[in-house]
Design a binder for this molecule. Structure first.
Ligand code: NAD
Ligand code: TYD
Length: 358
């Protein structure tokens, strides 16, 4: 079945055969499911997703008719539902989360519920059913602001500084406790800033790309000097699969692209170049409260398992801009709908430039 697919050293065939993928209708989770079923069409994959503003069944349309694929709409905090679904699989991969820092600053409540309690609910089900694996998808934001030239290593202490990153640390700590106390074979991945097709247009890359395509301003926080390590979504999904197949239970694994760090202004300029727009679209706005200036990872532990990102920032951005240019039906209804209200609240000085509400 894999003969027409490009070379991929990811150990897809070593994965558990029956998986529950929580949050699989979101950006990274859906990329993971699409790649997984493309490579291993015989796997049994159940996606559990609440379909919040960020969840989108269209992200899973490519796999909807696979015989092993099943979709369950529901909340990971629903203990009964989770226990029932977990009884039919060998492992859980948890992508489900509230994920946007700016929303966590406006409304932290849902972050604590989903990211912390929801992860606990999944861990309890994994314990009950003696699962072979539990993979918690976490983030490099757990390390907090990292002074140059240091690179974060997995054993560095967590220093979260936003409600989002604190909720992700809370989830991780439950995972490590379940490993130590009950022997649940957990794995944690800490991916860096991820971008690519199918991302809800609130994070910097899809926001700036869609704003530029509509010749609207790109709001750069503060001086635009905060740097991130941008990882293409398929590379992140392959990293998660590699850790799931080959990782050592009880450990965390950093997953970073590892190229030159990229700051906010550089993201904006890359978008301007690829969309052929003028520098005047860049608008500096008030800085994010508690804005972390730098994340930077040492990913040698994951690389030792055989994982390596395939796309550099430039190639990944070309693909991403091309995808958003060709997929207006994905993002136009979002930007004139749910997103418009968030944009007005979060970017008050630019409120007049919000996409038109439907
Ligand atoms: P996303 O916001 O695109 O998707 C999250 C998904 O979770 C959505 O489909 C949503 O409907 C679902 N969900 C939310 N609450 C739920 C609940 N209570 N029950 C069931 N489903 C629920 O997020 P993403 O960018 O794909 O991120 C996936 C995971 O990767 C998250 O855990 C995030 O913390 C982590 N991560 C993201 C990035 C990034 O840059 N996007 C980087 C590193 C790690
Ligand atoms: P974001 O994509 O929100 O990811 P995170 O905060 O999880 O790293 O932000 C990435 C960087 O881009 C961060 O330094 C903040 C900056 N940024 C802006 O300058 N303007 C924006 O509108 C957004 C959303 C982010």
């Amino acid at each position: 079945m894999t003969t027409n697919l490009p070379d991929d050293s990811t150990p897809w065939s070593e994965l558990p055969r029956r998986l529950l993928v929580a949050g699989g209708a979101g950006f990274i989770g859906s990329a993971f499911v699409r790649l997984l079923l493309e490579r291993e069409p015989d796997l049994q994959v159940t996606v559990l997703d609440k379909l919040t503003y960020a969840g989108n069944l269209a992200n899973l349309a490519a796999v909807a008719d696979r015989p092993g694929y099943r979709f369950a709409e529901g909340d990971i905090c629903d203990r009964e539902l989770v226990e029932r679904l977990a009884g039919e699989v060998d492992c859980i991969v948890n992508f489900a989360a509230e994920t946007h820092v700016d929303r966590s600053i406006l409304d932290p409540d849902a972050f604590i519920k989903t990211d912390v309690y929801g992860t606990f609910s999944l861990l309890e089900a994994a314990r009950l059913h003696h699962h072979r694996r539990f993979l918690q998808v976490s983030t490099d934001e757990v390390y907090g602001d990292v002074e140059p030239p240091a690179l974060s290593l997995e054993d560095d202490p967590p220093r979260p500084r936003s409600p989002y990153s604190a909720s992700k640390v809370g989830a991780e700590m439950q995972c490590f406790a379940y490993h130590a106390t009950y022997g649940v074979p957990i794995l944690v991945t800490r991916g860096s800033n991820t971008y690519g097709p199918h991302q809800y247009p609130e994070k910097i890359v899809p926001l700036f790309v869609t704003q530029a395509l509509d010749s609207l301003p790109m709001p750069v926080y503060g001086d635009g000097g905060a740097v991130r390590d941008y990882l293409y979504v398929d590379d992140h999904a392959r990293g998660i699969a590699t850790v799931l197949a080959r990782g050592t239970a009880g450990l965390a694994y950093n997953l970073g692209q590892g190229g030159e760090p990229v700051n906010g202004l550089q993201v904006a300029r890359a978008v301007l170049r690829l969309t052929d727009r003028q520098e005047s679209l860049i608008q500096h706005v008030e800085d994010r409260p508690g804005h972390d200036r730098r994340y930077a990872l040492d990913s040698s532990r994951a690389r030792a398992l055989g994982w390596a990102p395939q796309l550099d920032f430039e190639t990944g951005m070309e693909r991403t801009v091309a995808w958003y240019r060709d997929h207006r039906p994905f993002w136009e209804p979002i930007k004139s709908g749910e997103f418009a209200e968030f944009y007005r609240r979060n970017y008050r000085p630019l409120a007049g430039t919000a996409p038109a509400s439907s």
